[in-house]
Design a protein around this ligand. Structure first.
Ligand SMILES: [Zn+2]
Length: 75
């Protein structure tokens, strides 16, 4: 028995909604955001686009949600 190395599936794409929520595409392309603020909240449901196609500010939001929200509330 060989210890298998951790594999990263090649076919998983990352999608983000305009709020910077991340949705993974496992078997099919998601059309809406699957992010939930908590287990009792409904899904976010915003349209998603692939991370590569997302505008830079949305990518930043996804990568640094705290930083982005700080910036947004600075006004
Ligand atoms: Zn969302």
């Amino acid at each position: 028995m060989e210890a298998s190395t951790a594999t990263t599936p090649q076919n998983i794409a990352v999608y983000v909604c305009s709020d910077g929520h991340r949705t993974l595409a496992l078997t099919s392309t998601p059309e809406t955001c699957h992010h939930r603020a908590s287990r009792i909240k409904p899904y976010c449901g915003k349209p998603v686009q692939s991370l590569a196609d997302a505008p830079a500010d949305v990518q930043q939001k996804m990568l640094n949600p705290l930083k982005a929200s700080k910036k947004a509330s600075k006004k």
